[in-house]
Design a binder for this molecule. Structure first.
Ligand SMILES: [Zn+2]
Length: 1076
């Protein structure tokens, strides 16, 4: 099997004989400066050196007062008199949310009412829009032209695509960067951008990636024409831009839609027919099932019949609820006829038209009608929660979020609750007053914001003002929201260079990934970088250009950490890029013979933090071994944990809690100073992710895990993960608050953030992948058919240094009918809630208890429906509400998931818990309920209206010995190969006629044949949909890997769980038991 060249030189090299440690192995070109407790560098008249880390105040008055940042809820300063002659002041710029048109062609709307007295309209950009000046390069700028011809994944050269202009127009709509190919290939082309079409999406919806084009991972796009910038929709005759076959207009990127979801639009009156289980006792309801079924005999069990499994043979497995694939693209208007419309399934492809409520991608509720009372909510058994993903990628065909600038007066707000002006605030008395839709307070309309009302009672300018007609807008933050100037975008890299890290190739992989990702950092003078390496000591590097070579500064004290310099450790990228690249290239060699096995992870993080304390920013840590020394060191407690779990020890879950509070305390301090930590774990052993993950989860970051690290297959993923991490839409120094109508109150927030006050959460960084769950409880009643509104306000700094407030609104009808709650239930959002609840319970309860809780939540919901909403008198039927008919299947999948199953490593479970914490609705479902497709027959498909074939049902009946299957969950891709696969097929896909000896961790190449090309296209499309470069693993029938694969087939009976049919029987029996 031909493989890509070894990506990095030192693959498991024999440790060199040099015992002297890193210092002696340094190339002579590196100065080595051993510093013992360097005094703070206040050479002239600075404060005297104190003990310990320099306090923040030494940075002078510009240092941010900890915790003193303003938040959306902070009261405005005393109202200022309106400027003379001020007329409606807001200038509105229609600018794309993530990368607008170039400055030369702003799609600028005239200031409303064209007041000559208002402040001049500024060329404002939405977040991630281009920097204000044309002199600054745009965000997400296109890959260099030449790179578009770069063969993806080292495969055959792609048909030449028309290159995007170098440093071209900014991509619109958050088209993420292309994901490059294998590092081997990229080693020849540093900074490869892959073969990405320029973003900017003049493409017909059907050809777009859903949600605004998540990452590209290379791949050919024959004949594709890079769309010019701009957000206009091109004629549908344009060939598909991405990897779909040329000329195919079908929605090539339609992710599966799941049956059982309410379709877009308002559900007309009348109950949806409930889902009655075929095969379950009772009569069939053909209309609910799509086809007739013979009536089935009553199941021979009763509530008191004991636990025997009841004749699953009587249930026709072909008739039980399963997701169906939805391939059409829908247009979703968020409000229709004055009411909230029911959003399409998160997993379907849709284009949102914001007509007053926000896009469901940004915020969606577990139920699309709100119960009038808390009692009704309790009776339903359903959760009331919002999933908020403030930077979710839009569909490229969607209108960008508009930016509104109220000038010095700042956005109009309710003077009582500080809610922001929104389409649901009601203007009365000729517009002189407005009534807050959240607290009911009647406010005076600011003089400069007055406008008469039309005959319909609305302001005459309502349709021209985004803040009065759109669910989501962004406001330019006025001075009241600034306590300091927005900080530069700082990226500090920390690389583990301990013995194992170097020997496994992890250090080299990290250096290469960083080096290649540098070109994806936001360009311009505001982007600053710094770097340090660590083993049992910490090595900083001064990259000042005036020096001939980078200067290494060693910090030996890992208990009481400090930084060796206060300046020169973090420099503008433009000033130090060459030295940084040179350094990154040298590091693997410098430490090639490192014999230091210890790793001072905690201390290194702390030192990195101190270096960036005055600005905040992103700290990106590459860690390969268990942190063993210095502050925050950990111990190997896994062995103990394993035996505990196998003996059923009730305390086993404690291994999933952080070992102590050291790292948490550190993380709180990081968050206070706006430092976000991401940890890339490239390891071959237990590293105690439960403890480590506290840092990212408190600071708005995340853990990435590459276990067991493979120098062959993982560098590509590491690079792509890093690249997406720094180039996706994101903001810094953020504070978020959710408000809701009187009658409800926020109960809790959950996600990756730090909370210092009950009402707000602090996010040193927030990006397009992060979701925050907000739960609510009633504190009063709502009137039937009144509306309950939710408003999320996110104050943040763009990567280009603009302070913004993104305001996301949704208003939903209140109901006192339980049946409406079921009818308007949102399955995927409720299930995401369940997954997050389960994950948060894992570290504090025994697994069996968590599984029981998950099951009983499902049963309680279904029982409530059965008891109060189903009119059928027969108690022998399992009746499922239409909107939630997949809840049992998803619940079963959750019980069998990596997080909740009994087998598996402690670190795997901790990792699962950590990613669930901030996962979006879109990714939570596949993480638990994966997608399986067949690969061997990709060239002979007859359903070629989509690039990705229809998913197969997750049971072993669909697995054949002569087949090859891919099962993916957004994190991993498992490729299962039967034991009777045609060797020709193996040769085509894997390049070998026998898989004997092929490693489990796979780097799939593209070969010069149709099948291989298709497999890679499909894989790249999945990567793009998931915004994730899957780790591929080979699973073969007959060995452990094959068994593992089969354990992921949710519908099968497994040692750890019931089959789907058995589970339905179980659920039914439990419901019956509760009914009697
Ligand atoms: Zn209010």
């Amino acid at each position: 099997m031909s493989r890509p060249p070894p990506p990095f030189a030192p693959q498991n090299p024999t440790p060199g004989p040099n015992p002297a440690g890193p210092a002696s192995s340094l190339p002579a070109s590196f100065s080595n400066l051993q510093i013992s407790r360097a005094p703070p560098p206040f050479a002239s008249g600075g404060p005297p050196p104190g003990n310990g880390p320099a306090p923040s105040s030494i940075r002078g008055p510009q240092a941010p007062p900890p915790g003193a940042r303003p938040f959306p809820g902070s009261p405005p300063p005393p109202s200022q008199p309106a400027p003379p002659l001020a007329r409606p002041a807001a200038s509105v710029q229609q600018s794309p949310p993530f990368g607008g048109p170039p400055a030369a062609q702003p799609q600028q709307m005239p200031p409303f009412n064209g007041s000559p007295f208002g402040p001049p309209a500024q060329v404002q950009r939405a977040p991630f829009g281009g920097p204000p000046g044309a002199s600054q390069p745009p965000p997400f700028s296109g890959p260099p032209a030449a790179l578009s011809q770069h063969p993806p994944f080292g495969g055959s050269p792609a048909a030449p695509t028309q290159p995007g202009p170098l440093g071209g127009p900014p991509y619109s709509a958050a088209q993420p960067p292309p994901f490059g190919g294998l590092p081997g290939a990229m080693a020849q082309r540093p900074f490869s951008g892959g073969s990405m079409p320029p973003f900017g999406g003049q493409q017909p919806p059907s050809q777009q990636g859903p949600y605004g084009g998540p990452p590209q991972f290379g791949g050919q796009r024959p004949g594709s024409q890079p769309p010019p910038f701009g957000a206009q929709v091109a004629p549908p005759s344009q060939p598909p831009p991405f990897m779909g076959p040329p000329g195919l207009n079908a929605p090539a990127f339609g992710p599966p839609g799941w049956q059982g979801q309410a379709r877009p639009g308002i559900v007309p009156g009348g109950m949806q027919p409930p889902m009655r289980m075929p095969g379950m006792p009772g009569n069939m309801l053909p209309s609910a099932l799509g086809q007739g079924m013979p009536s089935t005999p009553t199941m021979p069990y009763s509530p008191h019949a004991g636990a025997q499994v009841s004749t699953p043979s009587k249930i026709d497995p072909n008739q039980i609820p399963r997701p169906i694939t939805e391939t059409s693209v829908t247009i979703f208007e968020t409000r229709q006829g004055g009411q909230a419309a029911v959003p399409p399934a998160a997993s379907s492809e849709f284009i949102v038209k914001d007509t007053g409520n926000c896009s469901p991608r940004l915020m969606r509720c577990t139920m699309n009608q709100i119960p009038c009372t808390g009692d009704l909510l309790t009776t339903s058994g359903m959760p009331l929660a919002l999933m908020v993903q403030p930077f979710a990628l839009p569909h490229p065909s969607e209108e960008p979020i508009q930016l509104v600038d109220f000038g010095e007066m700042g956005p109009v707000r309710c003077s009582r609750c500080k809610a922001y002006i929104n389409p649901f605030m009601r203007f009365v008395d000729q517009g002189k007053f407005f009534i807050c839709n959240l607290c009911g307070f009647s406010n005076d309309t600011p003089r400069e914001y007055l406008c008469n009302l039309g005959p319909d009672g609305r302001r005459r300018d309502a349709d021209e003002r985004p803040e009065l007609c759109r669910g989501t807008v962004e406001f330019v933050a006025s001075k009241e929201f600034l306590v300091r100037e927005p900080m530069p975008a700082v990226y500090f890299f920390l690389i583990d260079v301990s013995m194992n890290a170097v020997h496994t190739g992890a250090t080299a992989a990290a250096c290469s990934a960083i080096s290649q990702a540098l070109s994806d950092l936001p360009e311009g003078p505001r982007t600053m970088v710094g770097i340090a390496t660590f083993d049992s000591t910490i090595h900083f590097y001064s990259l000042k250009r005036s020096q001939q070579q980078p200067l290494m500064l060693i910090v030996p004290d890992i208990q009481d950490v400090y930084t060796p310099l206060q300046t020169d450790l973090i420099l503008p990228l433009s000033e130090c890029r060459e030295s940084l690249e040179q350094l990154l290239e040298s590091i693997p060699n410098m430490f090639e013979n490192n014999r230091v096995a210890d790793s001072a992870f905690g201390a290194a993080m702390k030192a990195g933090f101190l270096a960036m304390k005055s600005t905040g920013g992103k700290l990106l840590v590459f860690q390969s071994v268990l942190p063993s020394v210095g502050t925050g060191s950990l111990s190997a407690r896994e062995a103990e944990g394993r035996s505990n779990i196998s003996t059923g020890d009730k305390e086993a879950h404690k291994l999933l809690q952080p070992v102590d509070k050291t790292l948490k305390t550190m993380a709180l301090e990081f968050a206070e100073y706006q430092v976000c930590v991401d940890v890339f774990i490239t390891t071959q052993s237990y590293v105690d992710i439960a403890s480590i993950s506290v840092v990212p989860s408190t600071t708005g970051g995340r853990v990435y895990c590459y276990f067991p690290f493979s120098a062959l297959s993982d560098p590509a993923k590491l690079f792509n993960d890093l690249r997406w991490n720094i180039s996706r839409p994101q903001g810094f120094e953020a504070v978020m608050r959710v408000r809701c109508s009187q009658g409800l109150q926020v109960q809790d927030y959950s996600g990756n953030f730090c909370k210092r006050v009950p009402t707000d959460i602090d996010l040193p960084a927030i990006d397009s992948d992060k979701t925050i769950m907000v739960t609510f409880k009633h504190d009063d009643k709502f009137q039937e058919n009144s509306e309950c509104a939710f408003q999320c306000a996110l104050l943040y700094t763009t990567v280009y240094g603009q302070r913004r407030i993104r305001v996301i609104n949704i208003s939903l009808t209140c109901t006192s009918m339980l049946s409406n709650l079921f009818r308007y239930a949102d399955l995927e959002t409720q299930f995401t809630y369940l997954v997050k609840q389960a994950a948060s319970g894992i570290p504090s309860s025994p697994l069996s208890q968590v599984r029981d809780q998950v099951t009983s939540t499902c049963i309680n919901i279904l029982q409530s429906y059965r008891k109060y909403c189903a009119s059928v008198s027969s108690s022998g039927q399992l009746i499922l509400p239409e909107a939630l008919k997949l809840l049992p299947l998803y619940t079963l999948a959750l019980i069998k998931s990596i997080g909740l199953r009994n087998d598996g490593r402690v670190d795997d479970r901790s990792y699962w818990v950590s990613i669930v914490s901030s996962i979006s609705v879109l990714l939570a479902v596949p993480l638990v309920f994966p997608r399986m497709i067949s690969l061997h027959d990709l060239t002979s498909r007859d359903d070629e209206d989509t690039l990705i074939p229809n998913p197969l049902t997750l049971n072993s009946e669909n697995i054949h010995d002569d087949g090859i299957y891919l099962l993916e969950n957004g994190e991993d891709g498992f490729i299962y190969v039967g034991n009777a696969v045609n060797p020709v097929t193996l040769e085509q896909i894997f390049g070998v006629s026998s898989l004997a000896g092929v490693p489990t961790q796979l780097a799939l190449e593209q070969f010069d044949n149709e099948l291989s090309k298709k497999v890679n296209e499909v894989l790249n499309e999945i990567r793009r949909q998931r915004c994730s470069y899957l780790r591929l693993r080979l699973c073969q029938k007959g060995d452990q890997s094959g068994d593992f694969f089969r354990s992921l087939l949710v519908e099968d009976k497994a040692p750890g769980g019931l089959s789907y049919v058995e589970f339905l029987v179980h659920v039914h029996r439990q419901i019956q038991s509760k009914m009697t």
